[in-house]
Ligand binder design. Sequence first.
Ligand SMILES: Nc1ncnc2c1ncn2[C@@H]1O[C@H](COP(=O)(O)OP(=O)(O)OP(=O)(O)O)[C@@H](O)[C@H]1O
Ligand SMILES: [Mg+2]
Length: 458
Amino acid sequence: MEIKSIALRNFALFKHLELSLAPTPQNPSNITVFVGNNGTGKTSILKALTVSLSWFIARLSTEKGHGSHIAETDILNGTNSATIDVKICDSLQASAYPDDTATDNDFHWRIAKARKGRKAESTSQLTDCTCLASYYRNALSQNDQVSLPLIVFYPVERVVLDIPLKIRTKHTFLQLDGYDNSLSQGVDFRRFFEWFREREDAENESGISEDVLHQLKPLAETNQDVWQLLNELKASTKDRQLTAVRTAIRRFMPHLDNLRVRRQPRLYMAVDKNGETLNVAQLSQGEKSLMALVGDIARRLAMLNPALENPLTGDGIVLIDEVDLHLHPSWQRSLCDRLLETFPNCQFILTTHSPLVISDCKNILVYTLTNGEIQELPSQYGQDVNTVLLDVMDTSIRDPEFDAKLSDLLDAIQDSNLSQAHQLLTELTAEPTNQNNLELVKARLLLRKQELRHASHS
Ligand SMILES: Nc1ncnc2c1ncn2[C@@H]1O[C@H](COP(=O)(O)OP(=O)(O)OP(=O)(O)O)[C@@H](O)[C@H]1O
Ligand SMILES: [Mg+2]
């Protein structure tokens, strides 16, 4: 399943906005990124998509299910009603009946909302949404191993990671639970922990737990055959869904390995970092948020694709607001490539403030937003970060005051106004942070050259 395009009318700050999402013929990757200053409407676009997609999830559960409505505060001020249109492409029905040329892969639905006491310009049209959901329900009724598309939104508030210390209740997880809170809060670490423990319990019942293997190691290693047999037995009983989660986390964070639930001395989630075992709560904020994000996508994919040998190849739509949140520049740089590599069949719609996210990935579709207007950007692949900052994010690389003084200094040198140049250079280098500034080092050399030239002329 994939969103092809979205059209907004009178939604948040947009009077009228229409755009296609990647993959497009020019941008064949599965990633669309929105960049723009604060308050330019990036989150609003993601919010509009969640409203639309919530209806599909609701109708997948029950025939007449209700998704979420456009909030009255999201209707453009001074207008009476708002609409959100989405075009979705899905090949489930076409793949079930390959000979039926009448089957269409495209589905279009509209969500509309008028202010209280006002007349709506348009009404919601959900026939295609109901129809698409019923295809999936029919398929599920015939075969309960059918794959369902992942649909999930990670809002900015996802950073608060509540790691539960005690879990009293035991939950049973069904396939449709892959959509639990998927559009409202994104990462649900409590559920993640519960789910992980449940799968691991099942894994340990049918095989050998990590801890037992660890305890047996000194004894069994004296006999290579026994050791090999134990390891093979462990590998053959590994849970496919847990393996997917562990693999995804390892791809993003190769220094973290062997995520597991420890039961002694109390229940907690442990992970190995550079050979040392840590409680997940001890990880840094960046590590925790990336692990939770990647782990959550992988867990939901695993739940929704019970029959896939590698659940990470499941398909779906993932919306992430401010994807660069808490991430170290080197992680931001590789983020898009890793998302594509790890989840090859998911469509990602991201927002960011970081030039690094868009400067290092080929074929992604980048939109920049300004004052309710949208513009598609040429590829930023290979551009250095300063150029992206200047061109796309409309930001000066340096502090504007520093910039102005530097430019005066260069003018003074050029005009041979040596005493003024000296004074400006002294002022600029007085700041401790500027002492080794490359531009100032260059300016000092230029000034020295100019002084020598003057001395030789006089
Ligand atoms: N009903 C409305 N009518 C008019 N303008 C609105 C309405 N609702 C929101 N806005 C405008 O839309 C902006 C909110 O946009 P949004 O939260 O999508 O920005 P953003 O690009 O995600 O910003 P940030 O980078 O700060 O997260 C607000 O700044 C506000 O000016
Ligand atoms: Mg925002």
